[in-house]
Design a protein around this ligand. Sequence first.
Ligand SMILES: [Zn+2]
Length: 293
Amino acid sequence: MPEGDVVWRTATRLNSALAGHEVTVWDLRWPSLATTDLRGSTVIEVVSAGKHLLCRLLREDQRFTLHSHLRMEGSWHVRPSAESATGGPRAGSHGRQLREADIRAVVATRAWTTIGYRLGMLDLVTTDAEHRLIGHLGPDVLGAGWDQEAVLTTLAAHPDRAIGELLLDQRVLAGVGTFYMSEALFLRGLSPWTPAGSLGASDLVGLVELVHRLLSANRDRAVQITTGDARRGRTNYVHARAGRPCRRCGEPLRVEMIGEAPRERTAFFCPRCQPGPTPAVSPGRSGRALRRR
Ligand SMILES: [Zn+2]
């Protein structure tokens, strides 16, 4: 699942392609938005907010925001418009083949065509109503206004909740998904099920600083690295490695669900390096089914 760093990079790419240019193609393949038409508007900017993407546009004196969320498997692709015009968005040498049926949005300028693929959410609002879509978000880990103190205050207000669950809660801080949650807690030696209230101030500060550092370090590169080792197969410690040996102690890594259904998510961890409360081993869960999530 794309996390804050991937979404930040997507916004940067879309912004370079579209900002300052007039929209020549506007094709939203989304039931509630299919009849909208913002051709002739100018793209002001594309920015990320946590895991949300905001494409802001200006038509005459009105500002609009095209909001999208990648959810589990969404992506935005950028291709030269000349290529799209001759062969459609599936053609060409740039990037992978896209399935026409999974294209949810095409927004193009004369130079570049951007394609929203398998998007999890798509909305169009006036920019002054953006807060209805992203107003619930806590401080954006990669945002210009990153506010670590506000995050620590929120964590302190939920002493009984598991720290792993809090890191995934976008109302606490925006941008962290299961990858950074698992990796950061491994690096700090904390079980994801540790109640936030049982952690000392220095543990919490260290953890929040680490999350910020990991996402910042990875936002400009295609591979998410938490080990400092960019070699294939060595880039991270625990995420998607259930059943394989811990890189530090050799113990088989585990995966269990964390959080309340239906919003429960996977948490990968080392039972030896991350002491603290952990769920009982559930049959099959350390196996194939969850390993790759
Ligand atoms: Zn270990």
